[in-house]
Design a protein around this ligand. Sequence first.
Ligand code: COA
Length: 166
Amino acid sequence: MTLEPAARADEPILRNLLELYVHDLSEIFPQARVGADGRFGYEHLARYFAEPGRRYPFLIRAGGELAGFALAMRGSPATSDPEDLDVAEFFVLRGHRRAGVGRSAAPLLWDRLPGAWVVRCSLANRAGLPFWEAAIRDYTKGAFEAGDLPGSPNPWRVFSFRSPGR
Ligand SMILES: CC(C)(COP(=O)(O)OP(=O)(O)OC[C@H]1O[C@@H](n2cnc3c(N)ncnc32)[C@H](O)[C@@H]1OP(=O)(O)O)[C@@H](O)C(=O)NCCC(=O)NCCS
């Protein structure tokens, strides 16, 4: 399992995977609607290649195969410090799920970028909620905070903790 920064040449790979991700999440976010071209689109993708130091795109591979991606950014919709690190999007392909890929990739992400981290997850996300709770509890050995914020159509669980980096 590897988590590697995505290069500009990898942008089309992320664009494709984001379609699968948004489709998955459209089950719990009805506001995610497919366009007339049959694509959901992801308007912020270009920023991940234009704002180094603020946006961080990663690809996850398992056994050499693409297995998912992570997008991280500075500044979180859930906090006021513009330097806070936020897991904007995180995805493991269905064929790789429940095999520990996400559990291995998340700490690699946090280790790469030391500082204050925020993870947001919809309370309706039945896989994401227990996943993040377990991953963050393991990573921080319990030294994290969690609270709920209003969201549409469901509230968010917001986790915050520090990464010492590696
Ligand atoms: C959430 C997600 C990233 C989990 O990735 P994964 O690689 O399948 O997770 P792991 O195999 O590392 O699971 C680690 C632990 O998380 C929990 N977990 C993961 N998926 C779960 C599920 N569907 N139901 C309940 N618990 C789950 C379990 O505790 C699991 O440990 P176990 O398998 O030993 O029981 C993946 O399901 C996904 O990409 N979902 C769609 C996108 C998404 O929701 N992203 C998060 C947005 S906030």
